[in-house]
Design a protein around this ligand. Structure first.
Ligand SMILES: Cc1cc2nc3c(=O)[nH]c(=O)nc-3n(C[C@H](O)[C@H](O)[C@H](O)COP(=O)(O)OP(=O)(O)OC[C@H]3O[C@@H](n4cnc5c(N)ncnc54)[C@H](O)[C@@H]3O)c2cc1C
Length: 435
């Protein structure tokens, strides 16, 4: 049996691993980027070294004799979903959910208001990222909208000592921009309360440990009883404890400040006045949150919204536009033959990296149970190669990826670190070709 996997993020790689090792299936993994690992490379914060090191384990799968990597191949443009279905016994879609959600407020489309997805792409060295160096060199006050880990990552990257960031694999132009940054104050704004935030405690706590940074929040925003508000959820209880400790700290004059503003809904952004207008919310006795009519203007040279990721429709593949996922039952796509789904594009943007493993393995189990007795009708391995070559697609195979990897390690070692990300697509493709 021969299977195509669309997306070399964790879900795609875990699916390929299970197919290749547990079921002896041949797998071709396609990714629009020249390099594998998806959001583990272009999402997970560069200063979270141990989580980023998951990449080393993931890429081992691409060296399995049953697995081939086709980087720099966009399914839907370079090759269609229908073509994959006709060439392989089955296709697994694992192309993630990396579109950003919008706030729907006036002023959101200004240059100074952008999505955390874009900012994260930039600091992780994504080849298609826009450059934020100029913006950071002019801004003092930044508002980050959202109460999840991505908002926390963004706030930390903005205010953490650039010397500490030098140890990471961030590209040099990003490190330079962080050194030149004039950002001094970050407001983290969310519509709901501390007990509704989806932070993980480790990430939240880290904010309070940043050198030269004070964290502020209104003690009155904390619930009267942590145990009651957390309803048995240990993460929430621990988060509330961290935040309560912050409110009890002696106030010191720090050069940089993070202000949490809970129960605040963004209403309008004015780039000209550099301010975000928010409306405070109140909690009704039944626990519902409603607008209070009280307006506050927050200084905001930049506004970064981090209000969620969502999946996009790939032509030829079923899509549930209300939920922004591919609809499926046990990983089998509804209404499509021999087509399966795993990862964020199946579940939506939730869970940790490991969640995608369980998910991918479950999808593979469905695929194998559906198709293992069916004689293979797949095209031979050379077929897709000749199609891509005929179309002039400059694909990167595993040897090409290893050359990019070696160049990144070499670049990093010259600066005394493990790796420096190469962010230019053209440079990556040239490196992949070899000498
Ligand atoms: C900012 C951020 C920080 C995170 N930090 C952590 C963390 O610290 N710890 C943790 O456990 N989890 C973290 N996560 C979550 C974790 O990254 C996800 O659970 C995981 O990456 C989802 O895997 P996936 O394979 O479904 O999607 P992705 O990782 O997004 O992989 C999808 C892949 O598909 C490719 N693709 C897209 N479209 C096409 C196409 N048309 N053709 C071919 N290829 C395509 C993409 O290039 C990508 O490589 C973070 C997520 C984000 C956004």
């Amino acid at each position: 049996m021969r299977v195509a996997v669309v997306g070399a993020g964790p879900a795609g790689i875990y699916a390929a691993e299970s197919l290749a090792t547990d079921h002896d299936v041949e797998v071709d993994v396609f990714d629009t980027l020249p390099v594998p690992c998806g959001l583990v490379r272009y999402g997970v914060a560069p200063d979270h070294f141990s989580i980023r090191s998951v990449r080393d384990k993931l890429v081992e799968t691409l060296e399995h004799s049953n697995v081939r990597f086709f980087g720099n191949v966009t399914v839907g443009t370079d090759i269609s979903a229908d073509e994959l279905t006709s060439m392989y016994d089955a296709v697994i879609y694992t192309y993630g959910a990396s579109q950003d959600r919008v706030l729907g407020i006036e002023g959101e489309d200004s240059d100074s208001c952008f999505a955390a997805t874009e900012f994260v792409k930039w600091y992780t060295g994504h080849p298609d990222a826009q450059d934020f160096s100029d913006k950071l060199a002019r801004a003092q006050h930044v508002v980050v909208i959202g109460l999840g880990n991505v908002a926390v990552d963004v706030a930390r990257v903005l205010l953490k000592s650039p010397i500490k960031m030098t140890e990471t694999d961030m590209p040099e132009h990003v490190l330079q921009a962080l050194r030149d940054s004039t950002v001094r104050r970050v407001h983290v704004v969310g519509r709901r309360g501390p007990q509704h935030a989806t932070f993980t405690t480790k990430e939240l706590k880290e904010l309070g440990e940043l050198a030269g940074v004070s964290v502020h929040l209104q003690a009155s925003d904390l619930p009267s009883s942590d145990a009651e508000a957390s309803e048995g959820n240990r993460v929430i209880e621990r988060n509330l404890k961290v935040m309560r400790e912050w409110t009890q700290r002696d106030q010191v004059d720090s050069p940089k400040i993070i202000d949490f503003m809970f129960y605040s809904t963004p209403q309008e952004y004015s780039e000209t006045d550099s301010e975000l207008i928010v409306e405070h919310m109140t909690i009704r006795p039944d626990g519902k949150i409603e607008p209070s009519g009280r307006i506050e203007r927050i200084p905001a040279d930049l506004v970064i919204r981090s209000v969620g990721y969502k999946g996009a429709h790939l032509p030829g593949v079923a899509f549930d536009s209300a939920r922004s996922v591919i609809p499926s039952v046990d990983g089998k796509i509804i209404g499509m033959e021999r087509s399966y789904v795993a990862g964020w594009i199946k579940r939506g943007p939730s869970g940790i990296i490991g969640t995608n493993k369980k998910d991918a393995v479950a999808t593979v189990a469905t695929l194998v149970s559906d198709l293992s007795n069916r004689p293979s009708s797949a095209q031979p391995p050379d077929y897709v190669v000749s199609i891509l070559k005929d179309r002039g697609v400059d694909y990167v195979d595993v040897s090409g990826w290893k050359r990019i990897d070696a160049a990144e390690r070499e670049l990093g070692s010259s600066g005394g670190k493990e790796r420096t990300t190469i962010h230019d697509r053209h440079a990556m493709l040239n490196l992949a070709k070899g000498p």
